[in-house]
Design a protein around this ligand. Sequence first.
Ligand code: ZN
Length: 318
Amino acid sequence: MQINIKRSLTIFVSLTILFYAAGNSALASNNPIKVLTTTSDLKSITEIIGGDKVTVSSISTGAANIHFVQTKPSYMIKARKADLFIENGLGLEVTWVSLIIEGSRNKKIKPGNNGHLDASKGITPLDIPSKEIDRSMGDIHPFGNPHYWLDPLNAKIMAANIAERLTKLSPDEASYFQENLTRFNTKIYTKMKEWKTKLAPYYGEPIVTYHKSWSYFVKRFGFRVAAELEPKPGILPSPSHLKEVINIVKANNIKVILSEIFYDDKAAKFIANATGARVVIVPNSVGGTKEAENYFDLIDTIVKQVEHGFKSAKEDNR
Ligand SMILES: [Zn+2]
């Protein structure tokens, strides 16, 4: 009997050690880091850097407007289980992100802790308002332009931030994350040449965009946004504003109106009909369309569509 008690005690102690070890090795390589991202672009980059050492899910699918996400209990449940929460930052998710973090009751992912990452660290923001914006007026870019992921060189900064944080959470995998980061940067370098070559014939061209989401993209590839269909970010186009846009398009001989897949295309088509400009509809996030499966495919798709828009406008003018 005594032997049995001793044996039971040994088994109990062994099991306790096992459970303890399992709890502590939650971030070990055979137990991937559970990451929740706000955007599908962050998900894609995290998957490239984290490889099989991470499991990633994203709140946004990339098919809808990321500024206005409806918070669902399922997001909070995912956030509760996450080891790492990554947000785009610069105000992109300002209307909903804190609801999810607070609702998750997961202290690890609160801002300031290792389980929370703002991927905009190190990004130089564009379109910073010269005076404080009253958000009740509807402007949804109060801290400058948050659509920085559309410049592929900014994706390198995002990837470095992600690699650094994954390394902090799982130091044993430091070299694995570093290798993936180096490979990512090399691919961006190679693809940048290809993307720039494709768009080079249209360097300096003015374009019109629906939302002020293309500032980083146009700066990188040498276009100029002459007008937006939204009078202010997040404010629907008004007839008087569209009239002004028509004048700008005619005066500058603008050939392309760029819009995301989730905006109503009525206003863009109205301008196109009045001026002969082309409407180019593109995804602005991974998963926005079938082709935009990962970050590289996203930029590929945008570059291809923009190039096609300019080419067909040119053919029309022959
Ligand atoms: Zn925006």
